[in-house]
Design a protein around this ligand. Sequence first.
Ligand code: DC
Length: 207
Amino acid sequence: MKIAIDGPAGSGKSTIAKDIANRLGITYVDTGAMYRAITLKLLGKKESDFEKTLNNTKIEFIDEKIFLDGTDVSDKIRTNEISKNTSELSKNPLIRTHLVNLQKEIVKKESVVMEGRDIASVVIPDADYKFFLTATPEERARRRYLQFKEKNVDLTYEEVLKDLKVRDKNDMNREISPLTKSDDAILIDSTNLNYEQTISKILSYIR
Ligand code: DC
């Protein structure tokens, strides 16, 4: 089975996709983490070195952790700085082609819940189920702000909302594979739904 979940930053995709994969007993793939890991590796490198570096980079998921060249970078890729840089670097065609190919390889081998921005449109156009998960920018920023607060990250709600809107703009307006809802994807707007309600709604289409 192949399930595609796309949506903007802070829509709750990761937590929800992971939970659905666990409930269905299939593999969860966070493609955003792949873009983040590549960004970590390419930060500070010249664009002319990207291709060579990409061909010498190993990205693996082991027990829901992401490994970059053998090192667990699951926490390192979650900083605000990496979020901002990833949004910029993910416009690069070399990086996108490289990661889309890796993602297609994973899909060939196993049943997945794969989440990202271009999964339904580019990576798994023939997915069994396609969902587009979203919420208003204000609600997504509110959720992100609460998560940051729990981790003692010192950002105001206004700063979180501003960053999120910049990322939305980047993700939706880039030339290659911009974030859009594909026509055949089911729209799930979680603005007024709690976590369990969102999960139940998605599962009601799958079961
Ligand atoms: O889902 P996330 O916030 O971890 O994604 C980080 C960035 O990677 C985001 O700005 C958009 C980009 N991304 C992408 O362009 N395509 C994907 N399939 C997944 C993420």
